[in-house]
Design a protein around this ligand. Sequence first.
Ligand SMILES: *[C@@H]1O[C@H](CO)[C@@H](O)[C@H](O)[C@H]1NC(C)=O
Ligand SMILES: *[C@@H]1O[C@H](CO)[C@@H](O)[C@H](O)[C@H]1NC(C)=O
Ligand SMILES: *[C@@H]1O[C@H](CO)[C@@H](O)[C@H](O)[C@H]1NC(C)=O
Ligand SMILES: *[C@@H]1O[C@H](CO)[C@@H](O)[C@H](O)[C@H]1NC(C)=O
Length: 398
Amino acid sequence: MRGIHHWPRLLLRAINRYRSIFQVFILITAGLSYCLLLGSYALSRQHELAKPSSVNITRSNMQHRYVTQPNQRASKETHTTKAVQLSPYIKMTPSIIVEPEDDGIDLEELEKELEQRRQKVWDVCVAHGLNKEGEPNAWEFFIDSTHGLVWCNIFKAASSAWLYNFNLLGGYKEQYLRRSKKPPLVLARSHFPRPSVKQLQEALPESLSFLIVREPFERLLSAYRNKIEGLPHRFYRKMGREIIAKYRKQNLSHEMPKMNPTTSGPTFSEFVNYIIDTAQYSKNQKFDEHWAPFHSFCTPCHVNFTVIAKLETLTRDQEYIIRRAGLENILMLSRHKDRPKMVLNKARDGRNTNDLIKKYYSQLTEQQLNRLYNIYGIDFEMFGYNITKYYSLVKKIL
Ligand SMILES: *[C@@H]1O[C@H](CO)[C@@H](O)[C@H](O)[C@H]1NC(C)=O
Ligand SMILES: *[C@@H]1O[C@H](CO)[C@@H](O)[C@H](O)[C@H]1NC(C)=O
Ligand SMILES: *[C@@H]1O[C@H](CO)[C@@H](O)[C@H](O)[C@H]1NC(C)=O
Ligand SMILES: *[C@@H]1O[C@H](CO)[C@@H](O)[C@H](O)[C@H]1NC(C)=O
């Protein structure tokens, strides 16, 4: 017990005796630590300062360019005036959180291509006089003025993915969207009601506007397989029966033993005849939204879209849209596991698009193809698609 009581006093006494040695030890230790600290600080500063100049076109440069370059570009442009200007929200975009997987986009190249797409659309508008009369088909647009985004929704072209995005922008939580039984379109429209022409025209200069197109005949086939073949949808069942009643030749029914008109829908050829006649005889009647030509549906001759995205380059194009609108915090792809999947070049049954195209378009005659081209040719021209391959598929009539 005694020893324990006395040890502080013993320690003090020892320190007193060896005070000078003790002091020297402390001094040396403190000095060394200070030097070490100073050194490592200097090193780290040097590292930081060196970074921006030594790293060429990195992601951090890139984010800067995503925000600023379109703006500079817009001021130089004379022919695409309004729509190219950036929304105030874009200018305010804080530093962008960069995700590692989206490396490898050459931004300059991409913007050049997007500019060419815009130019091409406008050239075709002028060539066909489509810019002269008419007005935007505002009905089909979504305007999110909070985020400065305007979208013309083309069905069968990444439409579900972007309805999902708009529902996120509208403030729905993912858990809700996953569980909700309401159709995504209905949910989206409850936040973004159909605008008037005036509302659209007022929103455009403030917004990034875009549409997503795809190869017109692929979309037509996709719409057919989705809505008409086999009549999977109640809404289209009546239409399907009418098409059969009108276009099915009784003589041919023995050649199609499986075609039972009550369960099966029209053939692709019958469907195409229906479309051709609709275009020819009912000029005023609107096409169904699933196969209306893009140029009449989204009226790109009356709306200078900031971005003309294509399904064929969708991943790249929509990342550009999301970043340029500064919405990566809400929409960045990797965060949303439950978003509707975009399956390119594969139909629902897993078949390759090219095989399907061959299978269905070889049922058409050259005359049918010519007539379809009369309807969708402008879309082919405007959006840079080529119809040539279809002529090698169809039945030639001599
Ligand atoms: C980036 O690299 C290119 C060639 O690779 C060079 O011409 C350019 O000056 C570099 N830029 C910077 C900022 O280092
Ligand atoms: C779209 O751009 C063209 C070409 O620059 C221009 O003539 C036209 O007025 C613009 N249209 C709209 C609706 O802004
Ligand atoms: C049915 O076939 C006969 C002869 O094969 C032909 O004369 C007739 O026009 C055909 N009817 C229809 C509706 O195609
Ligand atoms: C379409 O492609 C073919 C060759 O595959 C080419 O000869 C033709 O000029 C192209 N048409 C257009 C409008 O680009």
